[in-house]
Design a protein around this ligand. Structure first.
Ligand SMILES: Cc1cc2nc3c(=O)[nH]c(=O)nc-3n(C[C@H](O)[C@H](O)[C@H](O)COP(=O)(O)OP(=O)(O)OC[C@H]3O[C@@H](n4cnc5c(N)ncnc54)[C@H](O)[C@@H]3O)c2cc1C
Length: 499
C-alpha cells in the first residue's frame, strides 16, 4: 500500500507535532502555514537589537520529573537546551510597600506567608498542602525495563491515595481560593496570580512543577523552540509551505480530500488535520457544515483566554538588583493607567533579567501584558489613524506606569513595541486574538473534546481549540493524538523515536 498523505493546516506546535508523528509513522505530510515562520503563538520578534519574547514563561516537562519530557525528546526540543529554574513565581507589591514573594517551594512559601499574615494560617496551609499534594501527582517520565515497571507501580499506587483530595483543586477557582484569605495583599495575589476564573489546580500544579524543576524557562526564549521542532520535522522528511493561508478544506461525499489556499491552488490529501484556529476551521474553512449543539455551545458559551495588549520594551538597564522570577514584579500603581479603554491599578512587569541572550550586554527586555477586549480594538481599527493613536497612548501609559516604580526609566527606554488582540489575530488567526484557547475553568478542566467533527470523515483537529488549557504541551499532545487516531484507524502500530 502506498503511504497515505496528510495535509496539515498550521505550523504552530500542534501542527508541526502532528507532522513529526505522521512522518515517524510512514505518512507523507505537508504543512500549510499562513505566516512566514514556524511556531504560531510560540513566537519572538526582534526590534532594535532586542528580542521580545511573546510566549514562553515556563515549559512543563523540562526535566524527566514530568512525563511530558518524553514528548519533548520525541519532537526534538531538548537537544542543547538550557533551562532556568526559578525559585520565585512572582513578586507582588501593594500600595503600602509590602512585598509578597510567591516562592515555588511550599515550605518556604508557607513560612513567608505566615510572617506576612499569621491570621491567614488556615488558608496558607490549605494552599501549600495543595502544592505538596500536586508534587505527589506529577507523573515522571518512566524508565524502561523492570526498573520502569517498578517505578510505574509505585507511582500509580501513590496516586490512588491522593485522587480524592485533588477534587477540591479542580472544583475551586482561583477567585474562590483568593477569598479564603483575609489579608488583602495575599487575597489579591492569589486571585490574580493567573486568572480569577481559572481552576485553582492551575496555580498549585504550576508551583509544584516549578518546585520539582520540571517547568523551566528555556534560555533564548520561544523562537529557538519553534525552530527546533521545525528542524525535527524537516529532518524526518516533512514539507512546510509558508505564507500559504488555507481558505477552504476540500470535501467530497463528506470526506476531507485536501485544502484550497487563498491563492486558489488546491492540494489533495487522503487526510486533513487542522491545527489552526478552531472557530475559523469549523465556521469558515468548513462553512459550519459539520457542527452539532455541543460544538456550537463551546463557541457560544465557554470562556476563552482573553486577547492581550502586549508591550515589549528594550531598556538600557540590567535590572540586576531586582528579584529574578517566572513572571516578574506586579505592583500597585499610585495613579492608575488606562489601556485599551480600561483603567488598570496594577502593572505586572516581566523582567528578563535572567536571559542575557535577549538584549545587548547590560541591557534588558521587559514585557507587560494586559487583558484587553478584542471588540474594543476591532471597532477602533475601522479608523486606522485612531487605532495607531491608541497604540501610542498605550506606550505613553506604560511609560507612566513604569516611572511610578523606577523613576527616570523613561530616559533608558530604547525600544517600545505594542501588540493588540488584532496583532495576535493577524499573525496566528486565533479567534478574538485569544492567546491560549479555552480557559481552564473548573468545568473545562475535566472536558475531553473530540478531535473530529460530526459527519466528516478523514478529518481531525489538533491544538489549543480541542485541548482546553492550551499551552505548548497541549499542542504536542494533541498533534500526537491525531496521528495515534489515524494509525489506529489504518491499523498501523504507532511508534516514535527520540533525540
Ligand atoms: C503571551 C503568551 C504566553 C504564553 N506562555 C506560555 C507558557 O509559558 N507555556 C506554554 O506552554 N504555553 C504558553 N503560551 C501558550 C502557547 O503559546 C499556545 O497555547 C500554543 O502555542 C498553541 O499552539 P497551537 O499549535 O495549538 O496553536 P497556534 O500557535 O495558534 O498555531 C496555529 C497555527 O496555525 C496557523 N494558521 C491559522 N490559520 C491558518 C490558515 N487559515 N492557514 C494556514 N495556517 C493557519 C497560524 O498562523 C499558527 O501558526 C503562551 C502564549 C502567549 C501568547
Amino acid at each position: 500500500m502506498s503511504p497515505k498523505s496528510i495535509a496539515i493546516i498550521g505550523a504552530g506546535f500542534a501542527g508541526i507535532s502532528a507532522g513529526i508523528y505522521g512522518q515517524m509513522n510512514g505518512y507523507t505530510t505537508q504543512v500549510f502555514e499562513l505566516h512566514n515562520l514556524p511556531g504560531g503563538l510560540c513566537a519572538s520578534w526582534k526590534r532594535k537589537g532586542y528580542t521580545i519574547d511573546g510566549c514562553i514563561h515556563w515549559l512543563v516537562g523540562s526535566s524527566p520529573a514530568n512525563s511530558i519530557f518524553t514528548f519533548w525528546q520525541e519532537v526534538g526540543l531538548l537537544k542543547d537546551r538550557q533551562f532556568v529554574d526559578h525559585e520565585i513565581f512572582m513578586v507582588v507589591e501593594d500600595e503600602q510597600g509590602r512585598a509578597f514573594n510567591m516562592y515555588v517551594n511550599p515550605d518556604r512559601l508557607e513560612k513567608h506567608m505566615l510572617e506576612l499574615a499569621p491570621q491567614d494560617a488556615g488558608a496558607i496551609r490549605e494552599l501549600t498542602d495543595g502544592i505538596r499534594l500536586c508534587k505527589k501527582m506529577g507523573q515522571p517520565a518512566f524508565k524502561g525495563g523492570l526498573a520502569g515497571l517498578l517505578q510505574k507501580a509505585g507511582f500509580f499506587a501513590g496516586m490512588l491515595s491522593v485522587i480524592p483530595q485533588m477534587k477540591k483543586w479542580t472544583n475551586l477557582s482561583l477567585g474562590d481560593l483568593g477569598n479564603h484569605f483575609q489579608d488583602p495583599l495575599l487575597r489579591k495575589s492569589i486571585k490574580d496570580s493567573l486568572f480569577p476564573d481559572m481552576a485553582a489546580l492551575g496555580l498549585v500544579m504550576t508551583l509544584a512543577f516549578l518546585d520539582s524543576k520540571t517547568a523551566g524557562y528555556p534560555l533564548g526564549g520561544s523562537m529557538p523552540l519553534a525552530q527546533a521542532i521545525e528542524k525535527r520535522y524537516l529532518d524526518l522528511g516533512g514539507t512546510i509551505h509558508y505564507s500559504s493561508p488555507v481558505e477552504k478544506i476540500l470535501v467530497e461525499d463528506n470526506r476531507a480530500v485536501g485544502v484550497r489556499l487563498k491563492d486558489g491552488s488546491e492540494h489533495r490529501a487522503d487526510v486533513v488535520i487542522s491545527a489552526a484556529d478552531g472557530h475559523a476551521t469549523i465556521f469558515k474553512m468548513l462553512e459550519g457544515r459539520y457542527v452539532n449543539d455541543t460544538i456550537r455551545g463551546y463557541y457560544d458559551n465557554m470562556l476563552i483566554f482573553p486577547g492581550l495588549v502586549f508591550v515589549g520594551l528594550g531598556v538600557n538597564r540590567s535590572f540586576a538588583d531586582e528579584t529574578q522570577s517566572v513572571s516578574g514584579v506586579k505592583y500597585a500603581l499610585k495613579t492608575p493607567i488606562v489601556i485599551g479603554g480600561k483603567s488598570h491599578e496594577i502593572l505586572s512587569a516581566h523582567l528578563y533579567n535572567f536571559d542575557p541572550t535577549l538584549a545587548p550586554e547590560g541591557k534588558s527586555v521587559l514585557t507587560i501584558m494586559f487583558d484587553s477586549d478584542y471588540n474594543y480594538w476591532k471597532t477602533l481599527a475601522a479608523d486606522p489613524a485612531a487605532y495607531q493613536a491608541e497604540k501610542h497612548a498605550v506606550s505613553e501609559a506604560v511609560l507612566d506606569g513604569l516611572e511610578q516604580r523606577w523613576p527616570g526609566i523613561g530616559s533608558q527606554v530604547e525600544m517600545i513595541d505594542v501588540a493588540t488582540p488584532l496583532t495576535f489575530e493577524r499573525y496566528t488567526g486565533n479567534w478574538q486574538g485569544s492567546f491560549e484557547g479555552w480557559m481552564i475553568t473548573p468545568k473545562a478542566l475535566m472536558m475531553k473534546m473530540d478531535n473530529t467533527l460530526p459527519g466528516l470523515q478523514n478529518f481531525y483537529m489538533a491544538g489549543q481549540w480541542v485541548q482546553p488549557g492550551g499551552g505548548l504541551p497541549g499542542g504536542v499532545m494533541s498533534g500526537r493524538r491525531a496521528i495515534t487516531d489515524i494509525c489506529k484507524k489504518d491499523k498501523v502500530k504507532f511508534h516514535t523515536t527520540k533525540i
